[in-house]
Design a protein around this ligand. Sequence first.
Ligand code: PLP
Length: 379
Amino acid sequence: MHLTQEDALVNLRIPGPTACPPDVLDSLSGQMMNHRGPEFGAILERVTEGLRPFLATENDILILTCSGSGVMEAAVVNTLSPGDNVLAVSIGAFGDRFGQIAEAYGANVTPLDFEWGSAADPATIADAVRDTEACALLLTHNETSTGVTNPLQQICAAAREAKPDLLILVNAVSSAGCIPVEPDNWGIDVLVTGSQKGWQVPPGLAMAVVGPRAWDAYETARMPRFYLDFGKAREFVAKGQTPFTPAVTVFYGLDLALRNMASEGTEATYARHQRIAAHCRRRIEALGLDLFADPRFASNTVTAVRVPDGIDGADLSRLLRTEYDTVIAGGQAALTGKIFRIGHLGWVDQAQIDAALDALGDALAQLGYVAPAQAEDHA
Ligand SMILES: *Cc1c(COP(=O)(O)O)cnc(C)c1O
């Protein structure tokens, strides 16, 4: 795998869309093909099988042309009916969004919020599943807005024990491909992800793993659906097609990216994310900055950092962008101006994180920031 980015003009350190390798970028300029012909059928099959080891599933993998939010909506509308009791666990902005989608389609949603920066607690969730008589549980694996990875396996186990026929729908948009997910082993009924986060390709495709319990629910689910209909997608997969015109060029890119990812290997890919994330956190702390996430649940794909006192987060982002060609993400919703975030997912190596952290240290100094340890020395 080639992980140098010498040609890149900008060190894009947002948690998606993420930078793509040069060979993937080249593949995107391929000529169009008949999406109802055998060549596309072959690509669809290769891509689906290439995703399988990273999605750790024997169940159906469906690939839709939409963003991550689109496939979150698909998970909801294909399995639920208006009036269903749904428990929406949230530890940040994307958890909130999942609940809002279910509510928009008429589910009876009970939010279960945990403090932003912390992880969701399995026992509390299990109690809430019992109390609300929920038929479905909405979970976010990796909360991109706070840099926290939920203990998904433990949550699923506790929730499943509380209600054996519970439907568990999981947003793994910013974890799958980078952090292990095991939908079959962990009892997840629908797990969704999106191309532009950990998969080393541009935005445009979204994937759903759909298990047997979800297909049973699909048969009776009454929320309206058309474009996002899982049944139609499954029917067309059997013919080597998608129901509607797919993002053909993103398929070209994903075909190549998955070949690259297979040659790196699942375990090595996960280990690289873990190593780089740990390195990023160490360097943040060395600058005297505070990490936002509970360290026990710090994400391996995105690191959230508190904006230090006396520094304006917007000024910091602007300076990094204009003078250091480094693009970081700000805080979302209630965290606007309070944190900034560094993405380290997909096509990333340590050199890119070092470059970003060097730039961050210089930009902070330029804005007058003095690290606490140095401040003490000066006192
Ligand atoms: C990026 C992201 C999404 C989806 O965002 P889109 O802009 O719709 O692709 C959803 N959930 C999480 C956790 C994400 O990181």
